[in-house]
Design a protein around this ligand. Sequence first.
Ligand code: MG
Length: 159
Amino acid sequence: MPRIGIGYDIHRLEPGRPLVLGGIEVPHASGLAGHSDGDALVHAVIDALLGALGEGDIGTLFPDTDPRFEGARSLGLLETVMGRLRSRGGTVVNVDTVIVAEEPKMGPYIPAMKAALGPALGLPEAAVGIKAKTNEGLGPVGEKRAIACYAVALVDLPD
Ligand code: MG
């Protein structure tokens, strides 16, 4: 059975933090705040997968009150979710995502993000969509105070 899921995440930008997005570090003067490494793109993908699985969301699986997830690599959290998916006999068909960020320019880093996310999802890079756009100066994202990410995932699950 094909199952679709949607995910969304937004994190504040903080000066001096590494910017981790799509499983890689993107050179920038500020990075995403968070209990984990703040990787909002991977968090959105995780929520899309959990939505497709009907298994809640990232906050219930990895509570930010749990010290085990302090500074956690979000790719590691994704691996845990993929383990759940595989234990149910599932496979990911494709994932598509949008990064909304005023800066930095994401284009040069998208191939490396796809190279990080593809293997984590068991997908060829062609089945991992990553698009980036600005918010046209509008709102907290446009004011460079945050980065938001959207994701959809199509999952094949046995009945
Ligand atoms: Mg998050």
